[in-house]
Ligand binder design. Sequence first.
Ligand SMILES: C[S@@+](CC[C@H](N)C(=O)[O-])C[C@H]1O[C@@H](n2cnc3c(N)ncnc32)[C@H](O)[C@@H]1O
Length: 225
Amino acid sequence: VSFLDQDRDPFPDEIHRGQLQDLLSVAPGGGKSILDLGAGSGRVALPLCACEHEVLAIDNDPEAATILGQQDIETIVCDFLKPGWDAVLGDRRFDLILMLGNTFMLVHEIDAALRLFEGLHPRVRDEGSLVLDAIPQLHWSEVADGYWVNGINEERGEVFRWAPDDNVFALRDARAAHADDPALHDSDRLHRLWTRGELELLARATGWNSPRLSPSGTLLFFEKA
Ligand SMILES: C[S@@+](CC[C@H](N)C(=O)[O-])C[C@H]1O[C@@H](n2cnc3c(N)ncnc32)[C@H](O)[C@@H]1O
């Protein structure tokens, strides 16, 4: 199943290129101030920097910070789910705030998502945007076509399991004692496959407009309501 394969290289080339093209067309001349949340090894931060944008990267993985630091990208190691995390930003505001490469699927708790969307609102300049992967548009058709089902991936030694009552799923080590348990556990790596409706509700509840799909269909832009 596509995105589950690689945290560090989350998308096929075509989607990666579509995202970059759409971001660069919003900010063609460089000079934008961009916050990249969960920047990883810089799939997006590096090309944006190369196009003369000013990028601040945030990641809670010190290894990511080392990689980005070696490329001269300003990086802060920090957990953006922790209440009050944004004190590390001082009074900085941004033209674009990005959460890409399936990073927002890791925000599976509704309260955490509400807190994040609310907290990022004053951090975006009036004409700026919060940008997420087009999660529903990229993945929902695969669910509808029957590719995302409970079961074991023998090759990866991993079990995929939906929550019994939500569009949240766990990825588990197939050797875990609870590998076949239908209930989700604290130790599971959880992801939310955000639907279009959920994202609209989240946006409207926190002062953003309903998201706009980018020309290549790979990104969602949220602007202030
Ligand atoms: C799937 S990678 C995406 C990397 C990059 N944004 C991309 O588009 O390729 C997710 C990144 O988010 C980071 N991350 C996940 N949860 C985080 C959190 N709560 N706070 C900060 N970083 C987080 C991970 O360490 C990882 O580097």
